[in-house]
Design a protein around this ligand. Sequence first.
Ligand code: IZC
Ligand code: ZN
Length: 413
Amino acid sequence: MKADLIINASVIAACTETEGAGVIENGYLAVKDGKIIAIGEGNAPRDMEGPDTRIIDAAGKTVTPGLIDAHTHLVHGGSREKELPMKLKGVPYLEILKMGGGILSSVRNTRGASKEELKAKAEKSLNEMLLHGTTTVEAKSGYGLDFDTEIKCLEAAAELNASHPVDIVSTYMGAHAIPAEFKGNTQGYIDFMCEKVMPYVKKNGLAEFIDVFCEEGVFSPEESRIIMQKGKEQGFKLKIHADEIIPLQGAELAGAMGAVSADHLLAASEEGIDAMAKAGVTAILLPGTSFYLMLGKYAQARKMMEKGVRVAIATDYNPGTCPTENLQAIMTFACFGMKMTPEEIIKGMTLNAAYGVDKAEEIGSLEVGKKADIVIFDAPNLEYIVYHFGINHVNTVIKSGKAVVENGRMTKN
Ligand code: IZC
Ligand code: ZN
């Protein structure tokens, strides 16, 4: 494979295991056979440049690891813009769900779509993600709920993972809502998920994680614990939508169950944050959702960081509560909503996000030996990307050593 040498970068944010984002000013980065082989300050050593080395001049630009979107509901049918007037009238999210709207309306649309239709829609989203700098995405099922549709969605994600440059980490999230056919019989639905769906998903390698929406009117903490326990016994890694709206000690549960991540956490308690720090649970915070639900409140990122919790930031891309694929927009919400610095934010979308999907050994930082997933932003520094918001600053994306976006456009091959 050809080698690439990125030179003259105004800023390289290596996002290594150090304090801050490991910023190098005026640096170089060398890539060969899909891996990073050198990184440093100043000029690249002369022997780095071979006859087929492609030189990328990154003068005036900022280089970061490929962004990792550690929490999305990628595969789904339909959209929910028709809920806007209700939202503006102040009807709460959980109220819309209770009336059979919200997630359940997306479930109807997803059940009604073919696998090909779902793939075509998700592929468009993956293209947007890639163009905006995302090279790895976690994707949850949970808009099918019945056996056939959940499997259809997980298969769609697996097929896209094989065909699309963006890598997909899959999560089975049957525990996203209680489907109409199990209304009033939550236990029956839990048994169905744990005994029918999970074994099939495991056997066919369709998901690495399971996730549970632990929320008032959805799955109680006791029910969530049972689902997580059954998932763990079957060899799944754990995630939980915890303390998003109503405080239910979801963060405590994540700690007790040894979850890889707990996500949302707006209403997490002090004790819950301590439990996460102690158990090494990554907090995946979703400030775009706080904004979109007009909650007037964000997760306490600063407190979590002070207490030693690893903080990742993701989009929560989904049709109801954060319909955007653009992690750069989420950077600005993280900064202004949660008072995170640009260095903390980029780390939250790279190394810490890699921990959130249990892939930190391969991706998430620019270090010798790691996969060459790299973004070059047409911005002189990290602060500029966060400050000049709502537009796409990506110039180049390199995925596993291959340029997949050049001059802001996807390459053809
Ligand atoms: O479709 O509303 N919170 N799940 C949990 C969501 C938001 C997605 C949705
Ligand atoms: Zn979610």
